[in-house]
Ligand binder design. Structure first.
Ligand SMILES: [Zn+2]
Length: 134
């Protein structure tokens, strides 16, 4: 359903936004907290520089606000509406969810942010594939 070539692929898996051939992140596991936002300088397949300008990813903080709200809404619906908890318990559930998913929220925001500026390049990707098959 979600495959290479779709923007969602790069957003969900943190793949290079241009060629979708590799992960932007040095560390695969987002819960290795020391490396959660450590990113390669450029893509080893298509040479795209991820940090287009200094402190490019600061902008992803705006996105992370929205992503955080989305997670909070889900936590609220699950606890208050589905599990019929008290308001106070729902509030605690939101806080716990936001803390527990922080690394994922940070990465998702960065993936969305970079995908606002770069798109999958079909020609580039097929050129790389050709080169690798030669
Ligand atoms: Zn690439």
């Amino acid at each position: 359903m979600i495959r290479k070539g779709m923007k969602l692929y790069s957003i969900l898996f943190g793949a290079c936004p241009k060629c979708h051939q590799e992960s932007m992140y040095v560390e695969k596991n987002p819960y290795k907290l020391t490396d959660v936002i450590k990113i390669h300088d450029h893509c080893s397949h298509c040479n795209t520089r991820y940090r287009m300008e200094p402190s490019f990813f600061y902008g992803s903080m705006y996105v992370s606000y929205g992503v955080g709200i989305a997670f909070a809404v889900v936590a609220f619906i699950v606890s208050f509406v589905i599990l019929e908890s008290s308001l106070m318990a729902a509030f605690v559930a939101i806080i716990v969810t936001l803390i527990a998913f922080m690394p994922i929220i940070m990465r998702l925001s960065r993936n969305i942010w970079i995908n606002l500026f770069m798109s999958y390049d079909k020609e580039l990707a097929s050129k790389i594939k050709k080169k690798e098959n030669d």
